[in-house]
Design a protein around this ligand. Structure first.
Ligand SMILES: Cc1ncc(COP(=O)(O)O)c(C=O)c1O
Length: 363
């Protein structure tokens, strides 16, 4: 079996470092907002080149807390893609704002800047781009558009840890960046975890308060907050993994380039826009014969997945917001996209087997 992500092979390699880090947490018993959370926040901020990194309980919470800290709420519209995981739009709803779904570029699957511009209304407060599958959205163009219309930009970096554009890391370009440490992510914990990054001192302060019951000083509560702290054990694990993130992303890029090289003549491989670094959280190709490829891979005991089969504007939960909305590129891509196994340790032999199975299906 070749899985979408093999977490075991990486754990095997890192096991001594992980065991030592976890033992240390058990020994010091400082389980909530302890020294590892603090150190990880500093190390992550340094790696990403931002002033502040604030750990929280998940990527979904990072989006929620960042939107709250940015002051987005009822009556506001937030422009975002429909071709993303539900959490992006859930968070917009959590704060009482309305997600306005717009179309994507056909090659990168990221927000189409002209469609964003066409969707701006007097109620628009923010743009929420997703750096989908690990490739940065066109941040220079989106930031310029936001500047012209006085809008905030909040980045969904759940899939893009370590990706950069214009020499800036994703998560340090807009007002805030929202990261996920879900186990399969490029920087994955061994449980849930998330983080907000920002260069804005006031936003950082608000996120810090909101993630911990609205309190700055213990037992003094200024606002209604949440229990959304990054777990100390997860922070200890993430500190180990952060040291290896460039090597992990390099491994993903190597595997992706090998796939593209070997499949270019039979499918549409992912497009790198050349503006920055694609860190391949997913390797997602397009094919009119997706079903044939899926069947052959399944028969060969190779995993594959459709991210995302139903775009958000066609989900039941958003039916009220999206009646009659058509997003032709999004709809076309969701019918033809297929993601292949990708992780840093994918071997050349595994890649060859996957490629041969796909070529066999399409022959
Ligand atoms: C694009 C996107 N946004 C947000 C999230 C939410 O992250 P989490 O699962 O850590 O809550 C995810 C991943 O699951 C994601 O892929």
């Amino acid at each position: 079996m070749i899985p979408m992500v093999d977490l075991k092979v990486q754990l095997q390699r890192l096991r001594p470092e992980i065991d030592a880090a976890l033992s240390e947490v058990l020994d010091n018993t400082h389980f909530i907002l302890g020294p590892n959370v603090q150190a990880f926040e500093q190390e992550a901020a340094e790696y990403l080149g931002v002033r502040h990194a604030i750990g929280c309980a998940s990527g979904t919470d990072a989006l929620h807390l960042a939107l709250l800290a940015a002051g987005i709420g009822p009556g506001d519209e937030v422009i975002t893609p429909a071709f993303t995981f539900i959490a992006t739009a859930e968070a917009i709803r959590y704060v009482g704002a309305r997600p306005v779904f717009v179309d994507i570029e056909p090659d990168t699957f990221n927000l189409d800047v002209a469609s964003v511009e066409a969707a701006i209304t007097p109620k628009t407060r923010a743009i929420l781009p997703v750096h989908l599958f690990g490739q940065p959205a066109d941040m220079p163009a989106l930031m310029e558009l936001a500047r012209q219309h006085d809008l905030l930009v909040i980045e969904d970096c759940a899939q893009s840890f370590g990706a950069d554009i214009d020499s800036k890391m994703t998560g340090g370009i807009g007002l805030a960046g929202c990261h996920s440490f879900f186990p399969s992510k490029n920087l994955g914990a061994y449980g849930d975890g998330g983080m907000v990054t920002t260069n804005d001192d006031a936003v950082a302060e608000r996120v810090r308060i909101l993630r911990n019951h609205g309190s700055k000083a213990r037992y003094y509560h200024d606002v209604i907050g949440y229990n959304s702290r990054l777990d100390e054990m997860q922070a200890a694990i993430l500190r180990v993994k952060l040291k290896h993130i460039d090597e992990f992303n390099k491994g993903r890029r190597r595997a992706a380039h090998a796939y593209s090289e070997a499949l270019r003549d039979v499918v549409t491989p992912p497009h790198e826009n050349g503006q920055g670094t694609h860190v391949y959280h997913q390797y997602t190709l397009l094919s009119d014969r997706r079903d044939d490829i899926q069947q052959a891979l399944q028969a060969a005991d190779i995993a594959c997945a459709v991210y995302y089969p139903v775009p958000l504007h066609q989900q039941k939960v958003f039916a009220g917001d999206c009646a009659g909305l058509r997003l032709p590129v999004t709809e076309d891509v969701s019918e033809r996209c297929l993601s292949l196994p990708i992780f840093p340790e994918l071997t050349d032999a595994q890649i060859t087997r996957i490629v041969e199975t796909i070529r066999g299906a399409l022959a």
